[in-house]
Design a protein around this ligand. Structure first.
Ligand SMILES: C[S@@+](CC[C@H](N)C(=O)[O-])C[C@H]1O[C@@H](n2cnc3c(N)ncnc32)[C@H](O)[C@@H]1O
Length: 258
């Protein structure tokens, strides 16, 4: 029996990526008609969300500091990180729910599939991937309608301090016109990050409506919740259309006004 640990021991933020299906569930994306949105994946890393979204004609831009590196450098770092995490899995397996992934092998296969899809797309369609170092970006105000942040904020609250979280979310509010969704809200120990409470009470976000929603994806135990930050006066998003708050009408995605 391996000695059990209470969290993954990582020197740095790892280069592991999730698939489109994982994002779809983790961010409750079934609520949104994605073809009508301009989506930013913040700290997208080697996730295949952007590549798989493009195949579905969904407009997604990836953004991560690693995009300043070559595809081959990213690929070899990713392969190393995957081995590092897989080697620790027996000692930390009790921290995860083995339903979406039936076991360590299926987890490894999904992570490999994600980074291989990413690397191919990064080589062929590099313009979808923007190198940037959060909390600062060169994106313009309201450049995106929705920003998704997966496995970056809150998860790594042992190495990214509150100031970093606050400034990164402020930047995302600046560049996003409707909503920012952050998943998960637990840290590497599987506990809700104390920064969640601080964000909910931070006066920097008084112009936003913030709430926590349960989602249809639960790999880290207790990790089935996301933070939703709606930019005040942003149109309300629903699956059938977009609400215009000034005229109180809903523009249906078919193009009709009701
Ligand atoms: C665990 S990965 C998550 C990747 C992807 N979002 C997913 O869920 O599959 C975390 C990512 O954060 C990126 N990252 C860490 N610090 C960053 C920063 N200051 N600016 C931009 N990206 C950063 C890393 O390069 C890495 O790709």
């Amino acid at each position: 029996m391996p000695e059990l640990k209470d969290k993954l021991e990582l020197k740095d933020i790892v280069l592991l990526g999730r698939t489109f299906d994982e994002y779809f569930r983790a961010f409750n994306l079934r609520d949104i008609d994605l073809k009508y949105e301009k989506i930013l994946d913040a700290a997208s890393g080697v996730s295949s969300f952007c590549a798989e979204a493009a195949l579905r004609e969904i407009n997604v831009t990836g953004s991560d500091r690693i995009y300043a590196l070559s595809a081959s450098t990213i690929e070899s770092k990713c392969a190393q990180d995957l081995e590092l995490v897989m080697a620790q899995m027996p000692a930390v397996a009790h921290l995860y729910k083995w339903e979406y992934f039936k076991g360590v092998e299926s987890l490894k296969e999904a992570r490999q599939r994600a980074y291989k899809l990413f690397v191919g797309d990064f080589q062929r369609h590099g313009s979808r991937y923007i190198a940037c170092e959060y909390p600062a970006t060169d994106f313009s105000n309201n450049q995106f309608t929705i920003t998704l942040i997966s496995h970056f904020l809150f998860l790594y609250d042992d190495r990214l301090d509150y100031e970093f979280h606050r400034e990164t979310i402020k930047e995302c509010v600046r560049i996003t016109s409707k909503e920012i969704r952050v998943f998960p809200i637990v840290n590497l120990k599987g506990e809700q990050s104390p920064y969640i409470e601080k964000i909910l009470n931070d006066e920097a976000f008084v112009d936003c409506t913030i709430n926590i929603q349960t989602v249809d994806y639960n790999f880290i135990k207790n990790g089935n919740k996301m933070l939703v930050i709606a930019v005040r006066n942003a149109p309300y998003i629903c699956s059938c259309g977009t609400q215009d708050k000034k005229t109180n009408t809903v523009k249906l995605n078919t193009g009709f006004i009701q």
